[in-house]
Structure formats: C-alpha cells, structure tokens
Design a protein around this ligand. Structure first.
Ligand code: FES
Length: 157
C-alpha cells in the first residue's frame, strides 16, 4: 500500500490538471519508484488515482519500455537493438552480457544486481553499439569496456 505522503502528493498533482489520465506515466513512474517495479497493487492504485480501469493502466504499462511489470535488478541494462547497433555488433555485445552475467534477455541475476532488457535507439548511433544502464548511456561497447562498467557498478552497489 502506498504511504500517505506519496499518495497525497500524487493526488495534489492530479488535482491540478484537467485530464488526470495525462499523468498516467508520471504516476506509474512514482509508484514504480516506490515498489521497485509496477506491481499489480501499483496498477490498481494507479487506476484508482486516475479514475481509469486497471486494464487501461495495464495497457499503458506494457506499452512503455521503462515501466517494469516484474521485479528488476538494481541496475537495469537496456541493450539497444535498433538498426545501427544491430549493424555494429549488437548481437555479440548482448551475447557477451548474457555470458558474463549468466542470464538471458529479460532475466535478472540471482543477486538482484543486474537485469538485461532490450531497448530501441538510445540516441548514441554514432557510438554504436550502445546500452543504457538506469539513466546513463554507454557507447562504443566492447567486452573489455563492459567488464570495466560492470566492475564499477558492482563496487558502487
Ligand atoms: S541504433 Fe543504437 S543507439 Fe541508435
């Protein structure tokens, strides 16, 4: 259940707009931040707050790449699978990440640190292949560079 302060601040925000559903993504992000992902309870709460049906919220949630309907790791690695990255080594980068993390696309490491998910172009086409980890973009990826990035993230965890 959402804490009162979060719920009240969302209600306050929603009351300031003419069409509450325009805040659907913001509300889903806030609720996702609280739970760690958009839980079933979070879908219900979003629907109640915005006076939408849970199905409408579900449809929106599954449309957006950065709304997670299942638990995700502390670091969410989105590997770009759009055309330029495809041409510049996406597959080998993704395979390397799978091998190194010992997970497949869509999975999370058992220690809860890393999830691996696809994403469309992240705007680093001139530095392909690229990936996004949480809000940071990394380009010109190589296995060595990935090793360095993962090592640093593990140290920071
Ligand atoms: S195609 Fe991968 S960053 Fe643009």
């Amino acid at each position: 259940m959402l804490p009162d302060d979060l719920k009240n601040s969302l209600v306050e925000h929603i009351n300031r707009v003419d069409h509450p559903r325009e805040l659907a993504v913001d509300v889903m992000f806030s609720i996702q931040d609280y739970y760690g992902y958009l839980t079933d309870e979070g879908v219900e709460e979003t629907a109640q707050l915005l006076k939408m049906s849970p199905l409408e919220v579900e449809q929106l949630a599954t449309f957006y790449t950065f709304i997670y309907r299942e638990p995700v790791g502390k670091y969410i690695i989105h590997v770009c699978d759009s055309v330029v990255c495809w041409m510049d080594g996406y597959e080998s980068i993704k395979d390397y990440l799978c091998k190194t993390l010992k997970i497949q696309d869509g999975e999370t490491t058992p220690d809860g640190l890393f999830s691996l998910l696809p994403v469309c172009c992240v705007g680093y086409c001139d530095r392909a292949p690229a990936m996004l980890i949480n809000k940071k973009v990394y380009g010109n990826l190589t296995p060595d560079k990935i090793d360095d990035i993962l090592k640093k993230l593990r140290q920071d965890a």
